[in-house]
Write a protein that binds this ligand. Structure first.
Ligand code: UD1
Ligand code: CA
Length: 456
């Protein structure tokens, strides 16, 4: 069985009041259209066609690299007209699945069940029970419950408007049937559009059965038309993600204040996550990890028994087993912490490796550095890695002790077990085991008197 998925994404989305095409607005940092694409790409033996229109180049650019054919619908003359744009790419024996590019939360299981409703004499239609059906096409059934047609809100009689079973727009049918019906579509209706929904009545007239399936919820099939719906679906999506994580054994102190924008490649046991934590990109989290409030972790690997205190920003970093980071720490890309490393408040680490048991506890910048094991870096230490043009490395060997408020002007090496006196500006390599310091001599002026305020 070969499937052709047609994703309708040409609509303007004027109610978004945005320069950005609607399908590029995001849920969990991912364009709406990409959610739909990723769902359909989970179907086997499937070729995907995307009908685009408004802001076409932007849409293509944002989703470049996906495995789909693009078809432009120059004028948006209706959903039926949109599908007509790819009719010549559809084979008669294909099962065609119609999806909307602005319906991001549709479930794979729903789609699979819908496809199973298609046969030589039947089509599958996804419908939804609605508390308020306003705006939706209504499913018109006869007294036996058999589907007869779909009537659009603007074409509906007052009696039909009372129907609460709505059309989701999502349907599955055989390619040959679809192509035949598409060629018969007209636009004599209230909106002067070519309605894809007219296909239903044509199917019935051709002796087909319309098999329906109800969506799990309204939210599963809700299309985004405005920012309110966008934010609503973001919350629904985040709630689903939070529930998945809790089912997998993660403690979320408040599931309504937790966001995941991406995926978790590895998830350990007994992870505790405080409020307002954001996981972005692809993260891997070990066992017994505690993550403090207001922390953001992106594309990182967090080892077992790690504690991340509140207000940390961690990106493209590795935190080794038993390490402690924060509060208020920033691990920038390529910060690699080995086991039992301590990174404290207002410390920034960039493109540096820090070996086992080393500590950078307060107010420091460590960039482009190789730090050995059991090193202690005092408060306010800065690696001066940049001369305005080039970056240079700082090497701090095992067991070194860097006194507070030290500048290490790279390229520079601090030898094994060396001690650097507080307040030093180190411009030359410092030998192993010795104390090195660069500090102007302290003087006291005994005769000095504080200035006093002059009389007016
Ligand atoms: C459509 C259905 C309606 C259903 C509703 C569910 C029709 C005639 N009506 O209504 O029965 O209840 O969806 O939300 O099908 N699109 C194009 N090109 C076009 C027009 C639309 O690509 O020319 C795309 C849009 O980008 C969107 C989808 O098709 O992704 C639906 O379009 P929209 O205008 O929202 O459909 P409705 O008129 O609301
Ligand atoms: Ca709509």
């Amino acid at each position: 069985m070969k499937i052709t998925t047609v994703i309708l994404a040409a609509g303007k989305g004027s109610r978004m009041r945005s320069e950005l095409p609607k399908v590029l607005h995001k849920i969990a940092h991912k364009p709406l259209l990409q959610h739909v694409y990723e769902l359909s790409s989970q179907l086997n033996n499937n070729s995907i066609k995307i009908v685009y229109g408004h802001g076409g180049d932007l849409v293509k650019e944002a989703l470049q690299g996906i495995n789909a054919n693009w078809a432009e619908q120059k004028q948006q003359l209706g959903t039926g007209h949109a599908v007509q744009q790819v009719a010549d790419q559809i084979e008669a024996q294909d099962i065609v699945l119609i999806l909307y590019g602005d319906v991001p939360l549709l479930k794979l299981a729903t789609v699979e069940k819908l496809i199973a409703l298609v046969s030589d004499k039947s089509i599958g239609l996804l419908t939804v029970n609605l508390a308020n059906p306003t705006g939706y096409g209504r499913i018109v059934r006869n007294t036996d419950g058999k589907v007869l047609k779909i009537v659009e809100e603007k074409d509906a009689s007052s009696e039909e408007k009372l129907i609460t079973e709505g059309n989701t727009g999502i349907l599955a049918l055989q390619g040959g049937d679809l192509k035949r019906w598409l060629s018969q579509l007209g636009n004599s209706n209230a909106q002067g559009e070519y309605y894809l929904t007219d296909v239903i009545e044509m199917a019935v007239n051709d002796g087909f059965t319309v098999n329906t399936r109800l969506a799990e919820s309204e939210d599963e099939v809700l299309g985004v038309n405005n920012r309110l719906q966008l934010s609503h679906l973001e919350r629904v999506y985040q709630k689903e993600q939070a529930e998945k994580l809790m089912e997998l054994g993660v403690t979320l102190l408040d599931p309504t204040r937790f966001d995941i924008r991406g995926e978790i490649a590895h998830l350990g046991t007994d992870i505790i996550v405080d409020v307002n934590v954001i996981f972005e990109g692809v993260n891997s989290i070990g066992n017994n990890v505690k993550i403090g409030a207001n922390t953001q972790i992106k594309d990182s690997v967090i080892g077992d028994d790690v504690e991340i205190l509140s207000h940390c920003v961690i990106e493209n970093a590795v935190v080794g087993q038993g390490s402690r980071v924060g509060p208020y720490a920033r691990l920038r890309p390529e910060a690699i912490l080995a086991d039992h490393v301590h990174i404290g408040n207002f410390v920034e680490i960039k493109k540096s490796t820090i070996a086992t048991g080393s500590k950078v506890n307060h107010l420091s910048y460590i960039g482009d550095s190789t730090v050995g094991s059991q090193v202690n870096i005092g408060a306010g230490t800065i690696t001066c890695n940049y001369d305005g043009v080039n970056k240079f490395r700082t090497i701090i060997e095992d067991g070194a002790f860097i006194g507070s408020d030290t500048q290490l002007v790279a390229p520079v090496t601090i030898g094994k077990n060396a001690t650097i006196g507080a307040g030093s500006t180190i411009t030359k390599d410092s030998p192993e085991n010795q104390l090195t310091l660069s500090r102007s001599k302290q003087t006291s002026i005994a005769s000095w008197q504080r200035p006093v305020k002059k009389d007016k």
